[in-house]
Design a protein around this ligand. Structure first.
Ligand SMILES: Nc1ncnc2c1ncn2[C@@H]1O[C@H](COP(=O)(O)OP(=O)(O)O)[C@@H](O)[C@H]1O
Ligand SMILES: [Mg+2]
Length: 262
């Protein structure tokens, strides 16, 4: 059995001729926050869908909480809470009804269900919104509700795919406070993000480009190794190195709005 909560080695996924994931590896220890970084289309969400057991890999190895992604997807489902990029909640259901619905999916029943929903509503400060339909919630509140739904069955691993995309800074801060406190309780967290301040808050990160793991380590290690003073420059440096193009010089001429520069 793996000593890691998530262990992936040389994972691959093809969709017909498209090689979405070519060679992704990572190891996540219990109670750590692990950040998966990479430009759009790099293969982050596809990797996550394989970890969650939603799609079967085309090659490579992966285990989640010691369960194999090829043969033990049912056990994986019980171990993980998954929050997708689009916050999979039901717009026409209230906050409470959404949580009740997800309890049903995960067979959380009776007094345990009531206790769990009350605890999560308290954690996310959602009590005033308990009977509000999800469609009337702002992005930040929807995100908190989606987090609660992902936690309803007390998963040991929480997988978050761009959980803070399009959410205001205050909600982002509150959300991360909840994530830290979940990690401190021993929950293992795998998160993708485009926000470099969030990436810097992770215990460890890896960078994926065109379906391959390029580099991994603590944020501090990657910053020092690449000779920058922040992670944003490291990220841009990787993209420039991999594409052979300068990100900035590509956009040298931005004069089309007002004609010639004066
Ligand atoms: N079901 C699918 N069928 C075909 N191509 C897909 C499918 N899912 C993802 N892809 C392709 O795989 C690549 C990686 O996508 P994705 O994993 O969503 O990247 P990311 O999450 O890093 O933005 C993209 O080129 C995307 O178009
Ligand atoms: Mg994605």
């Amino acid at each position: 059995m793996s000593e890691y909560m998530i262990e992936i080695e040389g994972l691959q996924k093809q969709f017909g001729k498209i090689e979405a994931v070519k060679d992704v590896s990572l190891k996540v220890e219990k109670g750590k926050i692990y950040g998966l970084l990479g430009p759009n289309g790099a293969g982050k969400s596809t990797t996550i869908r394989m970890i969650c057991g939603v799609i079967t890999p085309s090659g490579g190895q992966a285990s989640v909480n010691g369960h194999d992604v090829y043969t033990e997807t049912d056990k994986i489902k019980d171990s993980i809470g998954y929050m997708s990029q689009k916050f999979s909640i039901y717009e026409d259901l209230t906050v409470y009804e959404n949580m009740r619905f997800f309890s049903g999916i995960y067979s959380v029943k009776g007094s345990e269900r009531k206790k769990r929903i009350d605890e999560l509503i308290e954690m996310a400060d959602l009590s005033e919104k308990r009977h509000v339909q999800a469609k009337f919630l702002s992005g930040g509140w929807k995100q908190r509700l989606a987090l609660c739904c992902a936690l309803i069955h007390k998963p040991q691993i929480l997988i978050l795919d761009e959980p803070t995309a399009g959410v205001d800074p205050v909600s982002r801060r509150v959300f991360w406070k909840m994530i830290y406190s979940l990690a401190a309780q021993g929950i293992t967290i795998l998160v993708t993000t485009h926000y470099m301040d969030e990436a810097e808050s992770c215990d460890e990160i890896s960078f994926i480009f065109e379906g391959r793991t390029i580099e991994w380590g603590t944020p501090k290690e990657l910053i020092e190794k690449n000779g920058y003073d922040n992670l944003e420059d490291v990220f841009i440096g990787y993209v420039e190195k991999m594409t052979g193009e300068k990100v900035i010089s590509k956009f040298d001429k931005v004069s089309f709005l007002h004609g010639e520069e004066v």
